[in-house]
Design a protein around this ligand. Sequence first.
Ligand code: SF4
Ligand code: SF4
Length: 401
Amino acid sequence: MSPEQILAEADRCVKCGYCLPHCPSYALSADEGESPRGRIALIQALVQGTVDTPRLHQHLDSCLVCRACEAACPSEVRYGQLISAVRSLQNSNKTPGTIHRLGLALLTRAPYKQTMASLAGGYQRLGVASLVGRLGGAAIRRLHRLMPADIRSETWKQVYPATTATIGRVGLFTGCIGRITDRPALLAGIRILNRLGYEVIVPSNQRCCGAMHRHAGDRREAESLARQNQDAFAGHRLDAVLGVASGCSSRLLEYGEEDTPLAAPVMDISNFLFHAPNIDQLKFQPLPKRVAIHTPCSMKTMENGRSAPYQLLRLIPDTDLLELPENGLCCGAAGLYLLTNPDSADTLREDKINGLQQSQAEILITSNTGCALHLAAGIREAEMEVEVLHPMELLARQLSD
Ligand code: SF4
Ligand code: SF4
């Protein structure tokens, strides 16, 4: 977006304030500068050159880019595009902070190096975890607290053949940190797809989706990653490219708006499976447990994103499914926000953890990597016995042979 396009989009805001109750940073502060309406006014002032103060940049930096305001806006202001565009303008005038640079490099590049993936596999076993927990700086110690106890590395195969008569071929997007932390969900998804007759292609040259780079205003790297993923998924004659983490899937969907669409339609894996023509042929073991479903902000912006996990998990007999109480505002994970704004991230999580406790659910379902890590850390801190799972993990666990 050029400065003129930013101003034209910002001018569509009529300052009605309907977005305010949906904004997590406004809920934390009750400060107009921390609201979508306030930030849009600040963006207008910055681009017009009338205000440029450290406080203005703080207000823009503290946005979680959850886009809840966008969904609530009657004027359909494309706030997500506005904040990304203005952050790239800000980024061209400043050096990103150390946590941002280290965090981005560690989370989005290292997981593709086999040595790093293997190290992650031995994270707990070799005592690296306790060493990191004791010696690392504040951000590293926080990252350590977010990591699940059981991390294993995986050597991803390029092709996972169907285990019944083949009915199609899909590409699987693993994500960067997700290829380590979402390993059980990815393998569970592959198992179900193969059982339905889908051959699953996992291109080895795929890269991070670039969501965190885009949110941080690093437009050049975000576009470079989009082009690399475009190449990685081209030439496989795929019916769809499926994402397991909704944060990544919603970024992959944005490629289309930026002239780098992938070679096949991008879909969240739960939505794809629910619409698979033979999904009714799968049989599942009953699960007489209460299961709460958390809907990540990124899932709310996707087609059928709110309902697909419910529709799919209803296939498991006897399960008592309910919406996670206090599901409305962002949980505070929001890309790197949980590392860069730890106190606010934890405050936003509190309502979810309290709601979960009151619901007496034994399992919490969520479809996004960052939310899963953040919520699971909160559950551990509250010493609750609640398992955090991706819909694919629960589905595969209950799948009858
Ligand atoms: S709801 Fe839309 S038009 Fe109204 S203040 Fe918020 S961004 Fe502006
Ligand atoms: S993206 Fe989220 S945090 Fe940012 S202004 Fe909109 S509602 Fe608030």
